[in-house]
Ligand binder design. Structure first.
Ligand SMILES: Nc1c(C(=O)O)ncn1[C@@H]1O[C@H](COP(=O)(O)O)[C@@H](O)[C@H]1O
Length: 161
């Protein structure tokens, strides 16, 4: 059975970043699939994935890529499912290249763009869970508990190292 979330990335080298989204989804017991899909290197795979996404039963797509990061935007062109973009940090330009490639979509085909890197990927997992929680009270409760636990873990006073 198709899980609700598709995590796609431009390269194997993006997985250490996108795994942060997967770990959040694991913690919240949200099903996902992870695939390498590149607009540049495997355009037919991108096309097929986007064309079949709704019919297969996916509900949200998290798309991460670095550099000339066209994957999230191209996926948003191919499917009406919400696409959450994760700009992967790059060595040459620190991920600003990825961010700019993802965030400036033309009107009509939005990508919900997260921050650069691992924190952005984790937030993509939380954003996907938040979308799915709108129609899933049990998931909403798990997400609320996750958020409470994070808040409770923050000390009121700074600690010495
Ligand atoms: N930005 C894209 C796309 C795409 O947008 O379709 N496909 C691969 N890439 C990116 O190329 C970077 C380097 O990839 P390699 O490490 O495989 O050379 C990765 O961050 C990937 O997301």
């Amino acid at each position: 059975m198709t899980p609700p979330v598709g995590i796609i990335m431009g390269s194997q080298s993006d997985w250490p970043t996108l795994r942060e989204a997967a770990e959040i989804l694991d913690a919240l017991q949200v099903g996902y699939e992870a695939r390498i899909v590149s607009a540049h290197r495997t355009p037919d795979r991108l096309w097929d994935y986007g064309r079949g996404a709704v019919d297969r039963g996916l509900q949200v797509i998290i798309a991460g890529a670095g550099g000339a990061a066209h994957l999230p935007g191209m996926m948003a062109s191919k499917t009406r499912l919400p696409v959450i973009g994760v700009p992967v940090q790059t060595r040459a330009l620190s991920g600003v290249d990825s961010l700019y490639s993802i965030v400036q979509m033309p009107r009509g085909f939005p990508v919900a763009t997260m921050a650069i890197g691992a924190a952005g990927a984790a937030n993509a997992g939380l954003m996907a869970a938040g979308i799915l929680a709108l129609g899933d009270p049990a998931l909403a409760e798990r997400l609320d508990a996750w958020r409470r636990a994070l808040s409770d873990s923050i000390p009121e006073e700074p600690q010495d190292d």
